[in-house]
Design a protein around this ligand. Sequence first.
Ligand SMILES: CC(C)(COP(=O)(O)OP(=O)(O)OC[C@H]1O[C@@H](n2cnc3c(N)ncnc32)[C@H](O)[C@@H]1OP(=O)(O)O)[C@@H](O)C(=O)NCCC(=O)NCCS
Length: 296
Amino acid sequence: MMSAMACSEPRLAVKQSLTPSELDDVGALVREARWNQLAADWRIFIEFGRLYAIHSDAGRIIATTATLPYGGRFAWISMVLVAGEYRRRGLATALLRRAMADLAAATLVPVLDATPDGRAVYRRLGFEDSWGFQRLIRRERQHAAASVAAPAGVTVRPIFDSDWPALCAYDTAAFGADRSAVLAGLRGRLPAAELVAARADRIVGFLLGRDGGLAAQIGPLIADDDTIAGALVARALDRVEGPLFVDLADSKRELRSVLDARGFTAARPFTRMLCGSSARFDDAARTFAVVGPEFG
Ligand SMILES: CC(C)(COP(=O)(O)OP(=O)(O)OC[C@H]1O[C@@H](n2cnc3c(N)ncnc32)[C@H](O)[C@@H]1OP(=O)(O)O)[C@@H](O)C(=O)NCCC(=O)NCCS
C-alpha cells in the first residue's frame, strides 16, 4: 500500500539533536545500507554541520542527508540514505535540493563521494565526476607480512598532543580546507592507527582511524610520498586486530600492492563528485586514503 508520503510534500526537518529513538532510526538506515557509521559519527554532523531528515507519518526518520562546511570554500554532502520501502519517490532528491540550496546561499561548492546508486541521483542534479577510490576490506590481521621501512631520516611514531597544530596545518594544505574539527572527532577512536611521520621536526605524513559498526576504518592517510604512506599503513596494520576498511585513491597503485599483500580485497567503488565542476580542491599527490565517503 502506498503511504501518503508518495503524494504529499515530504516533511523535511533540520535536526539540532537526535533523541535516542531517532538515533535508533538513523542506525537502522545505516544497517540497512550495510554502512559503518556509529552514533559518534552522527554527532559530528550535528555539532559541526547540518543534518536534514524526513519523518514518516508515524514520526520515524526514513531519510537523511548531512552537510559539513569545510573552510569557506566547499562543503561535504553525505549520509544520503532512504529506507528501502520509501525509495524511488523523490526523497533523496528533495533532501539534496534543500541541502544544495542552503550551500548555494552560503557560497560553498557541494562535494561528495558517490556509491554507484547515488551517482545516478547526483548526476541529475549537476554533479560531475572528479576522481575515484576503492573501499578495500581486510577480514583479519595477517601475521606474516613483510615490514615496510620508512625512508632514511623519517620516523613513524604515535601522535603526541604537541603534534596536533602542525598536523592540522599539514592536513589543511593537502585537503584544501581546514577540517580540524572532524579530525579531532576521530581522535581516540582507534588509537593504534594514530600515527605521524616526521623528518626532523617537520610532519611528512599522518594516519588516523576510527571504530565502526562493521569494521574499523583507517584514514585519512596523507603523506609526502608512497614510501612514507606505506610505512604508516604497515605500522597500523601490525597493531589493529579484526576487520578493517580503507578507502584508497585509485591512483595509488604502489600502496594498493602493499595492501593486497596484507589480505585486502576490493569491496565497492566510490566516485568523488563536485557540483558543476570536476576540478578537485585537494592535493592528489598527498591524498592516499580519504577519511571516508561521509567526511571526505
Ligand atoms: C541512492 C538512494 C539514496 C536514492 O534515494 P531515492 O529517494 O530512491 O532517490 P530518488 O527517488 O530521489 O531518485 C531520483 C532519481 O535518481 C535515479 N535513481 C535513484 N536510485 C537509483 C538506482 N538505485 N539506480 C538507478 N537510478 C537511480 C533515478 O533516475 C531516480 O528517478 P526516477 O525514480 O524518477 O527514475 C537510495 O537508493 C539509498 O538509500 N541507497 C542506499 C544508500 C546509498 O547508496 N546512498 C547514496 C550514497 S552516495
